[in-house]
Design a protein around this ligand. Structure first.
Ligand SMILES: *Cc1c(COP(=O)(O)O)cnc(C)c1O
Length: 399
C-alpha cells in the first residue's frame, strides 16, 4: 500500500514538473466579478476579455432578480435527478422556450453542455455506428464518441471535401453521424453547415451541431448556426449551453419530440445526474427572454466584435478572418503567449493564453473574447494595450 502511494507521488511530481518545464502548466487565478466585464483580481480592477459571457447578461438586473426569486420560492438545490424529484416546474418553461428559440419540437436540459454532448452521442451511437467529427471539435464531443465506443473518423477542420471523401469511403451497419461545433471555441470560425447538411443528405447521415459559442451569438436573433444558414430543418440534433451567452449554467439538446423522449430514457448523463438548481434555470430562461425581446443586445455584440477585430488587424496583428466575438491572435510559441497574456494581466487586461493540448503545437494564441457589455472606450483601450504589449515582444510584425 505504502509503496503504491510513493509510486503515485513520483508519477504526479514528474508529470507536474514536465508541464512546468514545457510551458503547459495550468494554474487558476481568483477573480471577483464586479460587473459583466469588470473583475477585481490581485487587488486591482481589471477588464475581462476572456469570458464567454458574450451578452453580458450575468449582471443584468432582471436575470439576477429571477435567480434570487427562484431561490426564495423553491430553495437552493434541486434535491435529485429530473427523473426522481429534481424536476421543478421552472424546467418545462425553459425547455419550451429553448425549443421555440431553436425552432424545434422539443428541447432537453442537462447539467452542463459537456453532459449534454456525452449524453446524446453515447445514447444514439453504439459500437456499430460511425461518427464523422471535425478535428477541432470540443473535448466533450471527443469524449462522447469514446464513451459511445463508436468508430470515429476525424476530418480536417472545416474541410467538406475531406468529409465527403470519408462519407463515401466508409459505410457501416449502424447510424452515421456528422458532428461539428457551430462556432469553434478556439478559432472563432463558423462550420460550413450549409454544405455539411447537403453531404449528409446525399450520404444518408445524421447531423449534429454544437452551438455552445453560437447560441445567442450568430444567426438571426442569435438562434445559432442552423439559423445562420437557414438549414434548421436539416439538422437533426442541436446542442447548446446555458453557460455562455445565456449567462447561467447547464446544457441542452434541441430536436424532435421523439428525440427528446428517447434521451430522457436513454442518456445516462441526464438520468444519473442531479437537476440544476432553480436559480440557474430561472436565470437562463430570463436571459433567453431578454435576448428575444431586445434586438439591440445582439446588435451591440456585433458592433463591438467588428470594432475590436478591425482595431487589432489594422495595427498589424495576425487576426484570422471571422465575424464572431472569439478573436484569436496567433503567437505560435507557448511560452511567448503566456508572457504576452501575463504582461496584459499586469496592465489590467484579462485575455486567455491558449496552448496545447487545447490547440495544435505551434499555434498558441491569445484568445480574446468580446462582450456586448464592453464600452467603445474599453475596447479602444484594450486594443492599444494589446498591440503595444505584442510589439514589445516582437509579435505581429510579419503579417
Ligand atoms: C463550453 C463548451 C461546451 C461545454 O459546455 P459547458 O456548459 O461549459 O459544460 C461544449 N461544447 C463547446 C463547443 C463548448 O465551447
Amino acid at each position: 500500500m505504502w509503496k503504491e502511494v510513493l509510486h503515485l507521488h513520483e508519477f504526479l511530481l514528474a508529470e507536474v514538473t514536465r508541464l512546468k518545464q514545457t510551458g503547459l502548466y495550468r494554474k487558476m487565478d481568483v477573480f471577483e466579478p464586479a460587473a459583466a466585464v469588470r473583475v477585481h483580481c490581485g487587488g486591482r480592477n481589471c477588464l475581462m476579455f476572456a469570458s464567454n459571457n458574450y451578452l453580458g447578461l450575468t449582471h443584468h438586473p432582471a436575470v439576477k432578480e429571477a435567480a434570487v426569486a427562484a431561490t426564495m420560492a423553491f430553495g437552493t438545490g434541486s434535491g435529485g435527478a429530473r427523473l426522481t424529484v429534481g424536476n421543478h416546474l421552472l424546467y418545462d418553461r425553459l425547455e419550451d422556450a429553448l425549443a421555440g428559440f431553436k425552432a424545434t419540437e422539443a428541447a432537453l436540459v442537462f447539467g452542463s453542455g459537456f453532459l449534454a454532448n456525452i449524453g446524446v452521442i453515447s445514447a444514439l451511437i453504439g459500437a456499430e455506428g460511425v461518427v464523422f467529427s471535425d478535428e477541432l471539435n470540443h473535448a466533450s464531443i471527443i469524449d462522447g464518441c469514446r464513451l459511445a465506443r463508436a468508430r470515429v473518423l476525424t476530418y480536417r477542420h472545416r474541410d467538406t471535401r475531406d468529409l465527403a471523401a470519408k462519407l463515401a469511403a466508409v459505410g457501416c451497419g449502424g447510424p452515421r453521424l456528422i458532428i461539428t461545433d457551430g462556432v469553434f471555441s478556439m478559432d472563432g470560425d463558423i462550420a460550413p453547415l450549409d454544405v455539411i447538411v447537403d453531404l449528409a443528405k446525399r450520404h444518408n447521415a445524421l447531423v449534429m451541431v454544437d452551438d455552445a459559442h453560437a447560441t445567442g451569438v450568430i444567426g438571426p436573433g442569435g438562434r445559432g448556426t442552423a439559423a445562420y444558414y437557414g438549414v434548421e430543418e436539416q439538422v437533426h440534433i442541436q446542442a447548446g449551453t446555458l453557460s455562455k451567452a445565456l449567462a447561467a449554467e447547464g446544457g441542452f439538446i434541441a430536436g424532435s419530440a421523439l428525440l427528446v423522449e428517447y434521451l430522457r430514457n436513454k442518456a445516462r448523463s441526464f438520468i444519473f445526474s442531479t437537476a440544476l438548481a432553480p436559480a440557474v434555470v430561472a436565470a437562463a430562461h430570463t436571459a433567453l427572454q431578454l435576448l428575444a425581446a431586445d434586438a439591440s443586445i445582439i446588435a451591440g455584440l456585433r458592433e463591438n466584435t467588428l470594432f475590436l477585430r478591425q482595431s487589432l488587424r489594422e495595427a498589424g496583428l495576425k487576426v484570422a478572418d471571422g465575424e464572431t466575438p472569439i478573436i484569436p491572435v496567433i503567437v505560435g510559441d507557448a511560452a511567448k503567449t503566456v508572457e504576452l497574456a501575463g504582461r496584459l494581466y499586469a496592465e489590467g487586461i484579462i485575455v486567455s493564453a491558449v496552448r496545447p493540448p487545447s490547440v495544435p503545437e505551434g499555434t498558441s494564441r491569445l484568445r480574446i473574447t468580446v462582450s456586448a457589455a464592453h464600452t467603445r472606450d474599453e475596447l479602444a483601450a484594450a486594443a492599444r494595450l494589446i498591440v503595444r504589449a505584442a510589439k514589445t515582444l516582437g509579435i505581429g510584425e510579419e503579417s
